[in-house]
Design a binder for this molecule. Structure first.
Ligand SMILES: [Zn+2]
Length: 432
């Protein structure tokens, strides 16, 4: 049905005025929001959903993840990043990362993402064509790019091959309603200057996002200082890589000069608080970045370093951590955290014309959250309820591009039982 009406909803719009409509109605036609207001149109052709007791808000946007890493959830915990990657994750991936396994792990990730309110994700991994195909089947919106890196991977043997594959995927998916291709280049410490610049040229050729890890650990900073005499963000700026079409994941270790560089170039940040805590990488100073005018979204990173894809949890960490960093309870408030998880995530991905808020003309990517729940009532302030009290089980229904992908906690397009059986079988291959 092309027309849908959601009524009796408490609408948290996340529009520029942060308007909240206590009892409102949303009309969706052909995937787009056509009307928002207190009055509800009468339309015999529309499918009506009564949202009594529900908050309706934009779906969460996970701005940095590696979807198929669900296959390595809990595989190697409690280690520093470089040992974790080199001694555990890379060797396990060499055995596990096949097209078939990527498909299974992707389905598992999507079940978890949808059930916790994510409607859009920004991914960097291998066999991204499969991830894009599965996202389309699940009805999820995805920004997808093959992870370019200076050593052979499961999906390409050389940077030349990786770039050719990236371009093939861009051509295949560009213009798709749900899949937005990007170019991904792993990090300044795993990619040569030549690889970084070739990746950026490819992104610019198609006018699309470049997605990179940046300044995640002190070790990365020291390595870059040793090899380039520059800190990581200063180096990327010096080679001409930073601009408004770049999203840099982590940015835990930016100094004030690097913060100014990201601000001046309008480079966005994907803040991944739980992954940074778990690997003891540090805590990104998102208050400083926000005050510098940098667009900051929230990401979960992969489940091997988190170990969940739950944006509700991630958002809460993003709201709480600045308070300890600055010894100030007024730092990191609930409004800013929800903006990071929705509209600022959309801006960081260059998709704010399409998603991130409930506004007329935008795509209907939204979630219904049961606000009349024992863990959320009473509601004096909607932002407080969503950021400090809500949990993922309060997400009841979810819609992307005007199509339901979950209704009353039932997934519309994914077979949960089959996926869970497959992932248990897959895990036997690398069982420690
Ligand atoms: Zn990452």
């Amino acid at each position: 049905m092309s027309k849908k009406i959601i009524h009796n909803a408490r609408i948290i719009t996340m529009n520029p005025n942060l308007d909240i409509i206590p009892q409102g109605c949303i009309l969706i036609e052909n995937g787009k929001i056509r009307h928002i207001g207190r009055e509800c149109p009468d339309d015999a052709d529309a499918e009506y959903t009564d949202a009594e007791g529900m908050f309706v808000l934009p779906g969460f946007i996970n701005t940095h993840t590696h979807v198929p890493m669900t296959m390595l959830r809990g595989y190697a915990d409690d280690l520093p990043l470089h040992r974790w990657l080199q001694e555990h994750i890379f060797p396990a991936e060499a055995r596990l990362v096949t097209p078939e396994n990527v498909r299974i792990a992707t389905r598992l990730a999507f079940i978890e993402m949808i059930k916790s309110g994510t409607t859009c994700f920004n991914d960097m991994y291998f066999f991204e064509d499969i991830i894009a195909e599965e996202a389309q089947k699940a009805g999820l919106r995805g920004v997808t790019g093959e992870s370019l890196i200076d050593f052979p991977t499961a999906s390409f043997q050389s940077v030349d091959e990786g770039l050719a594959l990236s371009e093939k995927l861009i051509r295949k998916w560009q213009g798709s309603p749900l899949i937005h291709p990007s170019v991904c280049v792993h990090a300044p410490y795993t990619c040569s200057k030549d690889t970084l610049l070739r990746a950026k040229r490819l992104a610019d050729k198609y006018g699309i996002l470049l997605h990179i890890h940046l300044s995640e650990t002190q070790q990365e900073v020291e390595e870059l200082l040793a090899t380039t005499r520059m800190r990581p963000a200063t180096y990327l700026h010096a080679i001409g890589l930073l601009d408004q079409n770049v999203i840099a994941a982590h940015c835990v270790r930016l100094d004030s000069h690097e913060t100014d560089l990201l601000s001046a170039t309008r480079t966005a940040i994907a803040h991944c608080p739980k992954s940074n805590l778990k690997l003891a990488s540090g805590i990104a100073d998102t208050e400083a970045y926000r005050k510098a005018g940098i667009t900051v979204g929230i990401g979960t990173d992969g489940t091997a370093s988190n170990n969940t894809l739950d944006m509700v949890e991630e958002m809460r960490f993003a709201a709480l951590l600045p308070k300890v960093v600055h010894n100030d309870p007024e730092a990191g408030n609930a409004r800013h955290a929800l903006q990071m998880a929705t509209i600022n995530g959309a801006k960081a991905l260059g998709l704010e014309h399409l998603i991130g808020s409930i506004e007329i003309g935008k795509s209907a990517d939204l979630i219904l959250v049961h606000g009349d729940s024992s863990n959320m009532l009473p509601v004096y302030d909607e932002y407080s309820a969503v950021v400090y009290a809500m949990n993922s089980k309060n997400v009841r229904s979810s819609m992307v591009n005007g199509e339901w992908i979950m209704r009353n906690r039932m997934l519309c397009h994914l077979d949960k039982e089959d996926t869970l059986e497959n992932i248990k079988r897959l895990a036997q291959i690398v069982k420690p």
